[in-house]
Design a protein around this ligand. Sequence first.
Ligand code: IMP
Ligand code: MG
Length: 173
Amino acid sequence: MAKSDIKQILFSRKTIENRIKWLARKLTKDYKGKNPILICILKGSFVFLSELLKNMPIPLTIDFVQVGSYGKRKIPGKLKFKKDIDCKISGRHVLIIEDIIDTGKTLKFIIKTLKKRGPKSVKICSLLDKPSRRKVKVPLDYLGFTVPNKFIVGYGIDYNEKYRNLPYIATVD
Ligand code: IMP
Ligand code: MG
């Protein structure tokens, strides 16, 4: 793997794992007896989801959603579900698992769409938050780390589909 594009390591594997264990303990406590459905936003969040799951010993289900822009010119802001969830969420406690919140537009769209389906609750759990670029307000219930206004890769997060397999979180040039 070309490491030359990697500028600075922000969080090591151990630091990330410890923080996710801490988050998982909190979630386990908050969702005990609620049989939540964890909805993972593809692709970036799958590594975060799998690390969370290994540390959440309670009944739960998981599902996946993928969002993309529609139209020929991929106008930002015009979003649709490229892949919808399979489960019914009516009456269920939904926990959305996101990799990084940037402008907030993706999450806002997902929350709005899912809320129409009558879930009992919808909460957000994101590994990273980049608050400096926020355009729309989104509720953030569980957070791993806040990151600076830099391009981030690793731990599932990509730059042009590269670097998802880095076991740490870093900035690129
Ligand atoms: P938002 O709709 O602007 O909040 O963008 C959310 C999505 O953009 C995230 O789920 C990521 O997939 C992607 N994204 C935002 N910032 C970064 C970054 O620094 N590196 C890689 N992907 C990013
Ligand atoms: Mg994403």
